[in-house]
Design a protein around this ligand. Structure first.
Ligand code: SF4
Length: 335
């Protein structure tokens, strides 16, 4: 199997381990699983993740795994460009940094100097800090941030652990956002009212051209359908909408295809958002890859965020909202 295919499945051939991370059972399980990989001890994960002058694209072909211990920042306040779905106390955490997938429009390419995957093995510390915060009032927490967590479930069962934590703590609502079709990894769990499984859906052409290594639309829809029929709260995310040639045709087909598989009455909510990214990340990404038209679009910058001009943005969101309105009277959340 090529090194690229290996990294896609998370078959890492190089693992960096922080000295302190050896003491955690997940580290031992992962080292055992990847016995044949090179094991390299480091003082701090940032030595590898943030090493300068790295070729991000080249390294993505042979992504390494870094096992680390998070010492602070167990909870972050939600950013302005991420949707809070009306929740007052909106947080996210970063159990894993970077992703097994390789979407052309992903901001992670500009966030870290390398694509190597960092897994923080002290999940219990994340949970205890979160529950300390929950004791002061209900929170909404996105657990699949700066990564696609469900895509890693075969390696480290964080989604399962957080679903169990939420079920035991009704004031903790979690959102698990994914493009993965790996629903079977959590299917044995009892659905909980305070757990939202959110699938990002894109037209088949977008998935093929701009969402490398992800399961295609059909597989995502199958996973969603199963989750809905098992009783989970499922969120549909048409996000990010991309202004590609014939975008109206593609997004109209996407909405039709989605609601031919799933009844809109069965989903918890629907969100729509156009492409948006911090201008610094976009600048960095453009320096390292000129191969993607989606990154080269002449975006406008407002408050440090690059996105489509306002008229393009409203035309796109309105169009998709109208397509959704053909199937349901529920208003989508527009981000
Ligand atoms: S699935 Fe999400 S986190 Fe992963 S590469 Fe794509 S956009 Fe980035």
């Amino acid at each position: 199997m090529s090194s690229e295919k290996n990294s896609q499945k998370g078959n890492f051939s190089r693992i960096y381990i922080e000295e302190d991370a050896y003491a955690y059972p997940d580290t031992q399980k992962l080292l055992d699983r990847f016995r044949k990989a090179d094991h390299i001890t480091v003082d701090n994960y940032k030595q590898v993740l943030n090493r300068n002058n790295q070729n991000w694209r080249l390294q993505k072909k042979n992504q390494a795994l870094i096992l680390a211990v998070r010492r602070d920042n167990f909870l972050y306040e939600g950013s302005d460009i991420a949707p809070d779905f009306g929740h007052q106390a909106f947080y996210y955490n970063t159990l894993v940094l970077n992703c097994l997938y390789d979407c052309s429009y992903c901001y992670l390419q500009g966030m870290y100097p390398s694509p190597h995957t960092v897994m923080f093995v002290n999940n219990e510390d994340f949970i205890s800090h979160t529950l300390d915060r929950v004791r002061r009032g209900p929170i909404y927490l996105c657990i699949s941030y700066d990564t696609d967590l469900l895509g890693f479930e075969h390696l480290i069962p964080y989604s399962n652990r957080w679903i169990e934590t939420s079920r035991a703590n009704p004031d903790l609502t979690i959102e698990l956002r994914t493009k993965s079709a790996n629903y079977r990894a959590i299917r044995h769990q009892q659905p909980a009212d305070n757990v939202i499984l959110a699938w990002t859906l894109s037209p088949e052409v977008v998935a093929e051209k701009y969402e490398a290594k992800t399961p295609g639309l059909k597989r995502r829809l199958e996973a969603m359908k199963q989750a809905i029929s098992d009783g989970w709260k499922v969120r549909l995310c048409f996000d990010p909408l991309l202004h590609i040639p014939d975008w109206k045709e593609h997004y109209s087909h996407l909405v039709k295809q989605t609601f031919s598989e799933i009844s809109p009455d069965q989903v918890a909510d629907i969100s729509i958002g156009v492409f948006r990214m911090s201008k610094q990340y976009l600048r960095r990404i453009r320096k390292q890859r000129q191969d993607s038209d989606v990154l080269m679009y002449p975006y406008e910058i407002h408050d440090g965020v690059a996105s489509y001009p306002d008229d393009v943005k409203s035309e796109m969101t309105q169009f998709v909202a109208e397509q959704i309105a053909d199937h349901t009277t529920e208003e989508p959340v527009i981000i």
